[in-house]
Write a protein that binds this ligand. Structure first.
Ligand SMILES: [Zn+2]
Length: 262
């Protein structure tokens, strides 16, 4: 089972200046070829990092913020052979799929109609699809409908999505083989709905994943900070922790070794 990052940037200035790519990440296993949070540039970065989006069989969108959904329609077109065959699964929430009067849905009816299945989930809902199980998790974020997940496939993968740390968050992510944390801000920064590095350490300490991957970095996590933070967390917790890089793949197995570094 493998995770590949088509981007590791987050937050307005990193996204707008493309200081890091923002294409989300891919989860590949024998069951799954899932695109998570296809933000701006997902299609271009897939080409750059030699990933074939026509092989996707599912897409997860955590919430209706541009750095998580902008390329959704073109990703759906890739997955469905140019919207010519009914294929693939979309997992998200009401504001992404249905929208509201002031925030319309982020994919057209045309795009939604070519999908095989659409799941509109609230926190703590569990679905089975493609021989895997996915349970949504609660997020504390400016967008109140943000969802993370715990995916049980060949391995157990947790994704916090955009959320500040809250009491009880750890209950979702215990015993993950890999925990992906959107860690936008450095140590002791104001959270404002985002994970800070000191709180990421607490979450890792309490959940004890085999591998913790930090990503979705804001401005103050760039220029070597995220790597130093990952090292600090690993030293403090004894748990393998890495700062993801654009284009990097991780094989999720016992050794948790990184596969490629572009
Ligand atoms: Zn957000």
């Amino acid at each position: 089972m493998k995770i590949t990052f088509l981007g590791t940037g987050g937050g307005r200035f990193v996204v707008l200046n493309q200081l890091r790519a923002t294409g989300g990440f891919l989860i590949e296993s024998k069951n799954l070829n899932m695109h998570v949070d296809p933000g701006p540039g997902a299609l271009v970065r897939a080409k750059e990092f030699k990933k074939n989006l026509t092989k996707l069989n599912s897409v997860f969108v955590s919430h209706r913020h541009p750095d998580h959904y902008i390329d959704l329609e073109v990703v759906i077109e890739s997955m469905t052979g140019g919207a010519k065959k009914k294929r693939g699964i979309l997992i998200s929430n009401e504001s992404v799929i249905k929208g509201s009067w002031d925030e319309p849905a982020v994919a057209s009816k045309f795009h939604l109609n070519v999908l095989e299945e659409i799941y509109i989930l609230k926190p703590d809902e569990e679905i089975s699809f493609l021989n895997t199980k996915l349970k949504t998790t609660k997020c504390v974020h400016a967008n109140g409908k943000c969802r993370g997940f715990v995916l049980e496939d060949e391995k157990k993968i947790g994704y916090t999505a955009d959320s500040e740390y809250y009491n009880g968050q750890e209950d979702y992510f215990k015993k993950c083989d890999c925990l992906v944390i959107n860690c936008l801000r450095p140590r002791n920064a104001e959270p404002y709905g985002h994970m800070t590095a000191d709180k990421a350490k607490i979450l890792i300490e309490k959940t004890k994943p085999k591998l913790a991957i930090l990503q979705h970095f804001g401005m103050r996590m760039l220029f070597g900070v995220s790597e130093r933070v990952a090292k600090w967390i690993e030293q403090e917790t004894g748990i393998k922790t890495v700062a993801a890089r654009d284009g990097q793949s991780y094989e999720i197995e016992k050794e948790n070794k990184s596969l490629a570094n572009f």
